[in-house]
Design a protein around this ligand. Structure first.
Ligand SMILES: Cc1cc2nc3c(=O)[nH]c(=O)nc-3n(C[C@H](O)[C@H](O)[C@H](O)COP(=O)(O)OP(=O)(O)OC[C@H]3O[C@@H](n4cnc5c(N)ncnc54)[C@H](O)[C@@H]3O)c2cc1C
Ligand code: FES
Length: 308
């Protein structure tokens, strides 16, 4: 059993997600206990942690880096897809898409390999869920599905009446990581080439299935994570069909802790916010979408934007 992180009381064994304060992160070591292909260019990474952090909430992330090399030097932000704590220790799972040097090196890690982990970080989707919320629709593009895996597991603890639907898109069937979703009901799949489910982008699936947005007494809440063009298109739909949208950004981060300003983004009020602290989960109404997609200086929220 790992010791708990610092002197804080850990709620990992019996989390009460509805009343949890924002958690402060814990720096620890993660030993690779499982690593497996989850889809084309995507792998599942599971780490056993040597310290017990406060149990993460869906939408929060970890900074993961290498202990045995300074190349790459910086930790990489990864959404927490699973977290289990028990008498024999705790495990955290990630779905990782191979993009560049850092994620490629992570993919090469083997069982027993030790990684640097800072966890949990950032704001959660659960802050945006009321106890009377009846329907949550998660919209995920590619590896943006990772935080939705944890969301699907935790939503009932916060909003027992809510039903949870996941609209999940990828380019092809091979790039879907369905095995790791832990979902049997409420899953709607879109592939751009039509090799599985709806043929088209996940935003087109949202449009096609917009009856799902209605619930008794109001509209459902939509949570989304994926590439910036997807989030941008979804925000357009939210404005058109008047549904509440909460997004999570997956852009690059330098430190993840508010020091480097690498993730700074200007919000609708013209204030700079650090996505690693104020986000990555944000109400879409707070985002200045036009400025975000115009400015190449604001890489923190999504790097090279090309309209979908
Ligand atoms: C909150 C969050 C959650 C994420 N969750 C996932 C996930 O679950 N699964 C997944 O596959 N991906 C996720 N990502 C994206 C993932 O972090 C990147 O794909 C990964 O960092 C790329 O690293 P790389 O070395 O492979 O790529 P490269 O492109 O080789 O490296 C990116 C490098 O550029 C640096 N960099 C670039 N822009 C900046 C900047 N503005 N400030 C500071 N440094 C910069 C980075 O720190 C890093 O060193 C998430 C990103 C965020 C922000
Ligand atoms: S990533 Fe360094 S300030 Fe946000």
């Amino acid at each position: 059993m790992p010791t708990s992180c610092s002197s804080r009381t850990s709620t990992a064994l019996s989390p009460d997600l509805s009343v949890r304060p924002a958690s402060s992160p814990c720096q620890t070591e993660g030993e690779v206990v499982a690593i497996a292909q989850a889809g084309a260019g995507i792998f599942w990474l599971e780490l056993a942690l040597s310290l017990l952090p406060m149990s993460p909430m869906a939408g929060q992330f970890a900074m993961v880096g290498f202990k045995d090399t300074q190349d790459p030097l910086l930790n990489r932000p990864l959404s927490i897809a699973s977290f289990e704590a028990g008498s024999t220790g705790c495990r955290v799972g990630f779905l990782v898409a191979i993009r560049g040097k850092g994620t490629r090196r992570l993919a090469e890690a083997r069982q027993g390999h030790k990684l640097r982990v800072i966890i949990p970080m950032g704001q959660s989707f659960l802050r945006h869920v009321g106890p009377d919320q009846r329907r949550i629709i998660a919209v995920a593009g590619g590896v943006g599905v990772a935080p939705m895996v944890l969301l699907g597991r935790q939503i009932k603890q916060v909003s027992p009446e809510a039903d949870f639907l996941l609209l999940y898109g990828a380019k092809t069937k091979a790039e879907l990581a369905k095995r790791h979703l832990g979902l049997t009901d409420g899953l709607y799949v879109a592939t751009e080439d039509g090799s599985e489910g709806f043929k088209g982008r996940v935003t087109e699936l949202v449009e096609a299935e917009r009856a799902l947005l209605l619930q008794a007494g109001g509209s459902a809440k939509v949570f989304a994570c994926g590439p910036l063009p997807m989030l941008y298109a979804l925000n357009k739909l939210a404005e058109r069909h008047r549904f509440d949208l909460v997004v999570s950004f997956e852009g690059p981060m330098g430190c993840g802790m508010g020091f480097c300003l690498g993730c700074a983004m200007e919000n609708r009020e013209g204030m700079y916010v650090k996505l690693c602290q104020k986000g990555p989960v944000m109400d879409a109404k707070e985002v200045d979408w036009e400025r975000l997609t115009r400015s190449d200086e604001l890489r923190g929220a999504g790097c090279d934007f090309k309209p979908a």
